[in-house]
Design a protein around this ligand. Structure first.
Ligand SMILES: Nc1nc2c([nH]c(=O)n2[C@H]2C[C@H](O)[C@@H](COP(=O)(O)OP(=O)(O)OP(=O)(O)O)O2)c(=O)[nH]1
Length: 146
């Protein structure tokens, strides 16, 4: 069986100089409630991953975003979440609106640099946040569109 593809945004305050990272706290389902994640969701049949990501961010946060570079993971470019689930992650910044926890989340938090790991992320997200920190430390001005 093919893996289910989840897409997510590492939303930062400024793609040219990222300092703040947006974390979203899950309100549902009960098994994930209270843990923090990247906003996003599953790609639907017939959608491209990028279009799915724009749709999910509009639905979940009510904002329009611009995508930067993809943070490539170890599993053919993706990050394994669990058996049968992989996730692709893009840097992004808000173009229009102020993010609000509209569905699925009950709190949003902009984490300052140096404190990106300071909330209880979903287990599978921890190595992704660590990789984001390494990427930004190595290429501070290269998260924008390539
Ligand atoms: N959105 C998101 N999901 C994540 C992250 N990390 C992680 O393990 N997951 C898991 C949780 C879920 O089991 C799955 C994504 O499901 P979802 O509930 O966000 O997807 P969706 O918005 O399409 O929701 P649904 O229509 O299936 O209810 O991936 C993450 O950082 N962001």
């Amino acid at each position: 069986m093919n893996d289910v593809l989840v897409v997510a945004a590492a939303l930062v305050d400024d793609l040219d100089d990222p300092r703040l990272l947006l974390a979203a706290r899950r309100a549902t389902p009960a098994s994930l409630a209270g843990r923090w994640e990247f906003p996003g969701g599953k790609v639907e049949p017939g959608e491209t991953p990028e279009l799915a990501l724009h749709r999910e961010i509009r639905e979940e946060l009510g904002v329009r975003v611009g995508l930067g570079v993809e943070l490539l993971g170890p599993d053919a470019g993706a990050w394994r979440l669990a058996e049968g689930y992989v996730m692709r992650v893009w840097f992004a910044e808000v173009l229009d609106g102020v993010p609000e926890p509209l569905v699925e989340h009950d709190e949003l938090r902009w984490l300052p640099d140096g404190q990106w790991l300071d909330v209880p992320w979903l287990d599978a997200d921890v190595p992704i946040v660590e990789a984001l920190e390494r990427f930004v430390a190595a290429f501070p001005s290269r998260t924008g569109p390539s």
